[in-house]
Design a binder for this molecule. Structure first.
Ligand SMILES: Cc1cc2nc3c(=O)[nH]c(=O)nc-3n(C[C@H](O)[C@H](O)[C@H](O)COP(=O)(O)OP(=O)(O)OC[C@H]3O[C@@H](n4cnc5c(N)ncnc54)[C@H](O)[C@@H]3O)c2cc1C
Length: 426
């Protein structure tokens, strides 16, 4: 094996997974990470790797769900981040949610303990892109690297808007008005704040009047549908939230609407407002959140905020191996490729590591089979004929998919990804 050190720029989800996967394959890595960085304080400035900036949920683990199948495939591909996520799991029903500090500490320790990974804490620049390098700088890409990416991509780059939910101090929640339960009697993992119709209507009217920050009519087209601020969802109609994040289904008693709170940490001292990503002004967030029964005195530990995320038109900018078409040995991974979500970024991290490894070994690299979730998502990102939109794992992407027998498709996918992965890592 050559001794060339591969530069991985960015120690987030894609970069951390890529660095560890390369290390496992015996390839030496130089990992450059800008954090801790004062400019990013609101989105975490701990300096630990792979810090989940918004929700602490990595979504479903059920194989009949696109996110669950992606996790099962990542597990076959020995994803280290998934392993650490399982170790730092907090109770969240059928979802894999993590204690975010513990999770990113485990990833950081894993990286720090590896002799073939050198870590540098600084903002990478254009010189770092020379030689063999992977750009995995994600939504918080520094201006200088973003400029390089734009130059390489020509006109083919876009952006979309993501936002984060508030986190509450658990002891400030009035449990006399709330109850613990997961939907459909599947445990007691969530705290639920029920609302009557009258309470909801007052809440809704005030929500529509609440002041949003950085609001611009043209933003609407840029929201990622899976992460739309709840005040924007509310604008689709009075009952939009009741059919969405506030749906009252799966409980023993009837309610008009229910707000769910999920543990942020193992101790349960912090709670995440499920689906309440927002860009309301901070004072307004407090006012609106406190209109929810049980949250009248809620203390917000971290406010919701929004962020504009850049990505490139991967089919025209990258080849099948996530390598820039116009710059040999320079690769792109993570959110910048148009993937959306923690586990999706993790997938691109493993895939780019295998691509680099194959190139070093002078072997051909092919996409995972189109019968797999990984292969389907990567195909969408790299082979689409139309402009790509931010995409996360879902069954609709799978080849020949029919709703009737999800388990059949899932089992086939696992068998196929197993064969593909073993061939790539021999
Ligand atoms: C506001 C917001 C909310 C989100 N909510 C969710 C959610 O609820 N669920 C979900 O699944 N996904 C969510 N996402 C998406 C999620 O952040 C990404 O899918 C995932 O983190 C992308 O992984 P990545 O590796 O591409 O980037 P990141 O995980 O962000 O990692 C990139 C790393 O590169 C570093 N970096 C940047 N520039 C440089 C440089 N020049 N030199 C060195 N280091 C650099 C950054 O500091 C960062 O650590 C959200 C994103 C945002 C912005």
């Amino acid at each position: 094996m050559t001794e060339e050190r591969v530069r991985v720029i960015g120690g987030g989800f894609a970069g951390s997974e890529a660095a560890i996967a390369l290390s496992n394959l015996g390839v030496p890595v130089l990992l450059i990470e800008r954090r801790p960085d004062e400019k990013l304080f609101h989105f975490n400035n701990s300096g630990n790797f792979a810090y989940p900036v918004c929700s602490n949920s990595f979504k479903s683990v059920q194989m009949q769900n696109g996110h669950g199948l992606l996790k099962a495939e990542l597990s076959v591909m020995r994803s280290s981040l998934l392993k650490h996520a399982r170790k730092s799991r907090v109770k969240a029903g059928k979802a894999l949610a993590v204690d975010r500090d513990e999770f990113s500490l485990l990833v950081t320790r894993d990286i720090s303990n590896r002799k073939n990974i050198v870590v540098e804490r600084r903002v990478a620049d254009e010189d770092d892109l020379k030689g063999r390098a992977i750009i995995a700088t994600g939504p918080f890409t520094s201006e200088n690297i973003l400029e390089c990416i734009k130059n390489l991509a020509g006109q083919k780059h876009y952006s979309f808007i993501d936002s984060v939910s508030p986190i509450l101090l658990a002891e400030s929640v009035n449990m006399e008005k709330c109850f613990t339960a997961s939907r459909y009697n599947e445990g007691n993992d969530y705290i639920n704040c029920p609302m009557t119709k009258d309470e909801f209507n007052v809440f809704y009217d005030e929500l529509l009047k609440a002041e949003r920050s950085g609001y611009d009519e043209t933003d609407k087209e840029e929201f990622f549908s899976g992460c739309m601020p709840f005040e924007e969802v509310a604008r689709y109609g009075r009952r939009a939230l009741v059919f969405g994040i506030m749906k009252p289904v799966g409980f023993d008693k009837k309610y008009y609407a229910v707000v769910q709170l999920r543990r942020e940490n193992r101790e349960g001292t912090m709670l995440n407002m499920v689906g309440f990503q927002t860009r309301l002004k901070w004072g307004e967030q407090e006012r609106i959140v406190r209109m929810i029964p049980g949250l009248e005195k809620a203390e917000i530990l971290r406010y919701g905020v929004m962020h504009k995320n850049p990505y490139v038109d991967s089919p025209s900018v990258l080849n099948e191996n996530l390598e820039f078409k116009n710059r040999k040995n320079l690769y792109l991974a993570g959110q910048l490729t148009g993937s959306e979500g923690y586990m999706e970024a993790t997938l691109t991290g493993i895939y780019v590591a295998l691509s680099v490894f194959s190139k070093i070994k002078k072997r051909e690299m092919t996409l995972p089979p189109e019968t797999t979730m990984s292969g389907s998502l990567l195909r969408y990102l790299l082979k689409s004929e139309k402009k790509i939109n931010p995409m996360n794992a879902n069954f609709g992407l799978l080849k020949d998919y029919s709703k009737k027998n999800k388990l059949f498709y899932a089992k086939r996918a696992l068998k196929d990804i197993w064969e593909w992965y073993n061939e790539r890592t021999l």
